[in-house]
Write a protein that binds this ligand. Structure first.
Ligand SMILES: *Cc1c(COP(=O)(O)O)cnc(C)c1O
Length: 952
């Protein structure tokens, strides 16, 4: 068989000849194995890659699968899922992703392989679509602003709760009043979040309960419609609460909001929910775009990312992430949330669904869903067996049935999953429901089908008066040509992995293979409701079990939870496990969490969410924990020490040697060690972190294990832990883990179940040896680049071994002094050369952190190095005085084409020098659509939605 047909040879960029050249350049020995022995310290190195568990039912054992074999196995998993139609509701509804959205976006790397839009100039396309999402959510909710997505509906509710807590001026108000008719998982996620922060969740069944609790409450939460489907008019209750100083959150269904009075008009200050039913597959729970909308006064305290409108240097309208000063990477333990990776791609898909259907189309879909529910209610009444629980509903009909279990069984026999709780049966209609479906379900429940009614009216007081989504973007792109060209035009503005390498330190931008992405479009794989009976989820659960076993074998831990939807949520869940373990041992007061100053901003932000008190630690020269400082601070904390959070290899990209000793010190002091696993791409297959001391760790599947970044999400942040912490992993009311029904951190038990197929395919196609080769190559590529660039740039951190791990940090401080050139200018100048910048100013200001990962060929790596070396030469010219400090290709970068056409006479550098600084750019040039984007202007003139007449 010719070599190139192995998947690993497609995943790993450099071929044998390129590897040899890289090894020679760094003095790495004759083979990748020799190099690994040199670069990875013996103290952590595994002699051979840990074997992967054999694949159940596969005759050939654990060998790496080829693409065709992997596809066959994935189809086997998909086929073992059930094909029933889920009408269970609970925040998850079948929907139809239009073919145009699927083919042009979900299956298009221009959209899914992009990074979070921190570099606004190369992100105008995805920022525009996220702005359309915000516009849509804010308008549907009748509130001033919305953010660019949260992780899911349940956690969005928890974020809203904490937003109201933070902004409440009376610290004595500690109660959050919660509508008892809310989805159970939403209530449980609120409880999990409330407990460590001293907040009490009080369930309210009626208006009187809300009134009775108002004096102690800082906020109230309503479900609109309720979990039972009931549509209550909460207007008066909300108004009275507001008079008592208690603002309200409404958890709303965005499809219903096309027809209903928006939460803002009902008096709610905040609205949350999920955009899932806007064309996103059920996916066994996700990924789905959670949302939050709010009154303008909350903007500076709101969680997550907000896209805002600003202008570029030439005054052109330009988009960028607004109010970044609220975020964890700046505010750390005082951040408004720990959200880093959110749900950008699902949010963009939902916006595209709305653009595709247009406002009229969406209204028609919503009206039909309601009509179907009304038809079902009529049939159930006519049968005389069922007693409807409420007459006012949007899509969900709940009723008492003399033999509820029998009705559910009869519906299942007819191919439908419906919800039952005691004697009450609930059935939710959705976009896919047909009259034929309703007829069969009605029969199963003892109803008599009467045909669809001609019309169905919502309660008069709750009917939306002002039509939703009057914006041009939701009416001008209904023809498929217009829609296709809109998406092409937007995608063309951006740099994603389909254009060039994205060497973002700490973010591990590697190949998202087409073969691994295939299951995401397969209805048998992505169509499962997270709370369907277990037999419908057989394939899903078998795949997640197999992936879990593989992750445990490559990390050396004992137990896994897939619930957290991003690394940051993994941190939160892992720290809660540590907290639970301490509490069980009677150590309630252990709340001090030591976090190195070099840690990622999510670490301290997560610690605060878990009710811990952050104490900052010094780092040593290699970015490891300063052991003397650790000893001192652990001693100072004494019996209050809860945990140490550390990143290994350090965020400076060095295999520092303090790990084992740091863990020993903390364990002896009675604490636990949380390891941030974002840098696992330096360890998989060469070291087992679970055997080196840490007790619990998150894994960013969207970094190390190839789930695409999606322009800022989805992510998946499973946690792995040692045996003693396993009983403290999150439980879930919908699918108890080890009997645990509480402690949920996400809406769904598997987090985003459908995504797990991507990481599964990656691991199975690489095999154990392939994973080790990937890590070795990633580390070699980083050392190669460090060697090439180190000849002209200074390193921010010196490694005592002389080797870096999978990333390294350049120090650009001196150029500020010598040439007035900042790291930001360098980042923008890379855009002129067609590249996304490395990570800027993390873990230290004025630095660039570079991580090539293993999927880039040497040719591409060399091209990137050439760009940075060219920039170095330009800096030299400025330093030498050949170009003025305020007028040179760096200071003016990036250069949009339109700016080169006029006014160049008398400039110190030519238009050609501006646009074509390297020869290969003449072949393939990326043109930034806007110049340098003004952050300050946008924050001063905050605008986070499109005007009705604006185009994107
Ligand atoms: C990416 C990252 C995180 C946060 O992970 P998300 O999945 O974005 O929430 C935490 N720590 C480090 C070091 C990271 O690089």
């Amino acid at each position: 068989m010719p070599e190139r047909t192995r998947y690993r040879d497609r995943h790993i960029g450099p071929d044998a000849a390129e590897l040899a050249r890289m090894l020679a350049k760094v003095g790495g020995g004759a083979s990748l194995e020799e190099f690994i022995a040199k670069a990875v310290p013996a103290a952590i190195r595994a002699a051979a890659p840990p074997a992967l568990p054999p694949l159940a039912g596969a005759p050939e054992g654990a060998g790496a699968l080829g693409e065709e074999r992997a596809r066959a196995e994935l189809e086997r998993f998909a086929a073992r899922n059930g094909a029933h139609r889920p009408m269970l509701g609970l925040g998850f509804y079948a929907s139809v992703m239009p073919a145009a959205v699927r083919r042009l976006m979900l299956e298009n790397p221009a959209w899914y392989s992009a990074y979070t839009p921190y570099q606004s100039e190369i992100s105008q396309g995805r920022l525009a679509l996220l702005l359309a999402f915000q516009t849509m959510i804010a308008d549907l909710c009748g509130l001033d602003m919305a953010n660019a997505s949260l992780l899911d509906e349940a956690s969005a509710g928890a974020e809203a709760m904490m937003l109201l807590r933070r902004t409440c001026k009376d610290d004595g108000r500690r109660v959050f009043l919660v509508d008892a008719d809310s989805h159970p998982q939403n209530i449980d996620v609120l409880r999990t979040r409330a407990a460590p922060c001293g907040v009490e969740i009080r369930l309210c069944a009626a208006a009187e309960d809300f009134a009775a609790g108002a004096a102690d409450a800082f906020g109230a939460y309503f479900s609109y419609p309720g979990s039972s489907g009931r549509l209550a008019d909460w207007r008066e209750t909300v108004a009275r609460l507001r008079e008592d100083g208690v603002p309200a959150v409404m958890c709303a269904d965005p499809l219903a909001l096309l027809l209903l009075v928006p939460p803002g008009e009902l008096g709610a200050a905040v609205a949350v929910g999920s955009a899932q039913r806007f064309g996103l597959p059920l996916g066994a729970g996700g990924p789905h775009a959670g949302f939050i909308a709010f009154e303008a006064g909350y903007a500076r305290q709101a969680p997550g990312r907000i896209v805002g409108v600003s202008k570029d240097r030439q005054g052109r309208m330009a988009f960028r992430l607004a109010l970044q000063t609220r975020e964890q990477h700046i505010r750390r333990d005082r951040a408004t949330s720990n959200i880093c990776t959110a749900q950008a791609l699902p949010a963009m898909l939902a916006a595209a669904y709305a653009i595709h259907h247009g406002a009229d189309g969406l209204r028609a879909i919503a009206a039909r869903v309601h009509l179907h529910a009304a038809g079902l209610a009529t049939a159930l009444r006519a049968g005389g067996k069922c007693q409807l629980r409420h007459e006012e509903f949007f899509d969900t009909v709940s009723f008492e049935h003399p033999d509820a279990a029998g009705a559910v069984a009869a519906a299942a026999a007819a191919g439908y999953d419906i919800r039952v709780a005691g004697e009450v049966v609930s059935i939710s209609c959705d976009e896919t429901t047909t009259e034929a479906d309703l007829e069969k379900i009605a029969a199963a429940c003892g109803g008599e089908w009467q045909g669809l009614p001609a019309t169905a009216d919502l309660p008069a007081a709750l009917r939306r008066a002002k039509p939703a989504l009057p914006h041009r973007v939701f009416s001008q792109n209904a023809s498929e040509h217009a829609f296709m060209r809109l998406l092409r035009r937007l995608a063309h503005k951006d740099i994603a992995l389909d254009r060039s390498m994205i060497p973002l330190g700490s973010c591990t931008m590697k190949l998202n293979a087409a073969a691994a992405m295939e299951p995401l479009s397969d209805a048998r794989w992505n169509g499962q409701h997270p709370f369907a009976p277990a037999e419908r989820l057989r394939g899903m659960n078998e795949l997640s079990d197999d992936l879990g076993a593989m992750l445990l074998s490559v990390t050396g831990f004992d137990a896994v939870s897939f619930q957290p939807n991003a690394g940051s949520q993994g941190e939160y869940a892992g720290l809660l496990a540590i907290r639970g373990w301490h509490r069980e041992r009677g150590d309630e007061e252990r709340r001090v969490c030591l976090v190195p100053a070099s840690a990622h901003g999510t670490n301290p932000a997560s610690a605060v969410m878990a009710g811990m008190e952050v104490v900052s630690l010094e780092s040593d020269a290699e970015g490891g924990v300063d052991l003397d400082d650790l000893r001192a601070k652990a001693a100072a904390a004494g019996g209050r020490l809860a945990a140490l959070m550390l990143t290994y290899p350090s965020t400076c990209g060095i295999y520092n040697d303090s790990l084992a000793e740091a863990c020993r010190i903390v364990h002896e002091a009675g604490g636990q060690v949380y390891m941030d696993g974002a840098n696992l791409n330096a360890l998989v297959g060469v070291a087992l972190p679970g055997e080196l001391g840490p007790d619990v760790m998150h894994i960013n599947l969207h970094k190390t294990f190839c789930i695409p970044h999606g322009g800022g999400g989805p992510g998946a942040g499973p946690i792995v832990c040692k045996k003693h912490l396993a009983p403290h992993l999150p439980g879930h009311p919908g699918a108890p883990e080890g009997g645990r029904r509480d402690g949920a951190v996400s809406a769904a038990p598997l987090g985003s179940g459908m995504l797990l197929a991507v990481s599964w395919a990656y691991m199975r196609m690489m095999g154990a040896a392939g994973l080790r080769a990937a890590t070795g190559t990633a580390v070699l590529a980083a050392n190669y680049m460090a060697k090439v660039l180190g000849e002209r740039y200074g390193m921010a951190y010196a490694s005592s071994s002389g080797w870096c791990a999978h990333e390294f940090v350049l120090d650009l401080r001196e150029f500020k002094k010598s040439a007035g050139v900042t790291v930001e200018m360098v980042a923008k100048r890379l855009i002129d050369m067609g590249f996304h910048a490395p990570t800027v100013s993390f873990p230290r200001p004025d630095t660039l952190m570079i991580e090539p990962a293993e999927s880039e060929s040497l040719a591409e790596i060399d091209r990137f190095c050439e760009a940075l070396l060219r920039i170095r030469a330009e800096i030299e010219k400025v330093a030498a005085g050949a170009w003025p400090q305020d007028d040179n290709p760096l200071a003016n970068a990036p250069h949009p084409a339109a700016d080169l056409l006029e006014g160049w006479e008398g400039r110190p550098y030519s238009a050609a020098e501006a646009a074509y600084p390297l020869p290969w750019l003449k072949e393939d040039k990326y043109w930034p659509p806007v110049g340098f984007v003004d952050q300050v202007f946008g924050d001063r003139n905050l605008r986070c939605a499109l005007a009705p007449d604006e185009e994107i």
